[in-house]
Design a protein around this ligand. Structure first.
Ligand code: ZN
Length: 332
């Protein structure tokens, strides 16, 4: 390539970047509701639910990835792409949680406002575990106080998108945030009632780092940060060692991840003469069934906090913070 063609190439790249910038600016300038309720599309339930709480009757929220489904390996179907393209505004979780949906989201972002709620939160609240090669941990919703920042970001973005209803979104946000504040306090109180030496949470995959940081409980995920990596025999043996040494009574399974590795821990401990039980089924990357209390963000966290606390020897009401937990939660 001679100097002339290099120059030409650079100029073309610059023109392309300016064009891209202008088109993004234009999208943001012209984006505003044409009618009510406008269409909002979200990816995972934890995002869909907070958006629903803020948008109220002004928008209709359609969530793509359902209950019990693992977002790390979920690929957008043709129908999902259609839903994304039909939306007026899109919210997703981000930090590579929806790792296989990246292309679809980038395509949609060229045409309409698309926001990753975790990327709207100040970076200093994000965890970057060393074992994950510089990537952020995406499971931010596990710390209610951090998810409250995502809620504030949603309020801001909706107020910008639909400025004539700014007060409405702010009011809705205040009300919802006060319930989340109560939930966070309930988490702090419940988990701290577990005797300190028993405060260890062993789960199927690494979804609970933020939970551990927020509520002061040590966390061990058998599988890596994404469910795409398989847990090796060595990792399983290391956790069995820990379980036996610390006399840990319960380990936990998750609704959206295979329980194979958790069962291997129980078998491994049994072979060494220790009885370990499944303390309960936790909601990690997906919420419970739609229409149930556990199918909301508050119900999901209330369930997790209550089940973990009671299974590890702490004090929490069997029906949870709001007396609304279902039978399957109460068993544990
Ligand atoms: Zn996960």
């Amino acid at each position: 390539m001679n100097l002339n063609s290099i120059l030409k190439f650079v100029v073309l790249q610059i023109i392309f970047c300016i064009f891209l910038l202008l088109s993004v600016l234009e999208i943001n300038l012209i984006a505003a509701p044409k009618s009510y309720p406008y269409k909002v599309t979200t990816t995972v339930g934890m995002v869909g639910d907070i958006v629903k709480n803020i948008v109220g009757e002004k928008g209709k929220v359609k969530n793509i990835i359902g209950e019990g489904v693992d977002p790390h390996i979920y690929r957008a179907t043709r129908n999902d792409v259609f839903e994304l393209l039909r939306a007026d505004i899109v919210f997703y979780s981000g930090l590579m949680l929806e790792g296989k949906m990246g292309d679809a989201l980038i395509k949609v972002a060229m045409k309409k406002p698309v926001y990753a709620v975790t990327q709207l939160v100040n970076e200093k609240f994000l965890l970057q575990p060393t074992e994950f090669d510089g990537q952020y941990d995406p499971h931010l919703w596990m710390d209610v106080s951090a998810w409250m920042m995502a809620v504030k970001a949603v309020v801001n973005k909706l107020a910008k998108y639909d400025p004539q209803n700014e007060d409405y979104y702010i009011k809705k946000g205040k009300k919802y945030l006060s319930s989340l504040k109560r939930l966070h306090k309930y988490g702090l109180k419940s988990i701290s009632s577990i005797p300190k030496e028993k405060r260890v949470l062993i789960t199927a995959h690494d979804a609970f780092n933020y939970f551990g940081r927020a509520y002061s409980i040590q966390v061990k995920g058998i599988q890596g940060l994404s469910t795409e990596s398989e847990a090796g025999l060595k990792d399983i043996n290391n956790i069995v060692d820990e379980v036996v040494k610390r006399n840990i009574k319960a380990v936990f399974v998750e609704t959206s991840v295979s329980s194979k590795n958790v069962k291997a821990i129980i078998e491994g401990a049994k072979a060494r003469g220790k009885k370990v039980i499944i303390g309960g089924v936790l909601f990690s990357d997906a919420m419970g069934n739609p229409g149930t209390y556990e199918g909301t963000y508050i119900g999901m966290l209330d369930h997790n906090i209550t089940v973990i606390t009671r299974s590890l020897g702490g004090q929490a009401p069997s029906l949870g913070m709001n007396g609304k937990l279902s039978k399957s939660s109460r068993k544990h």
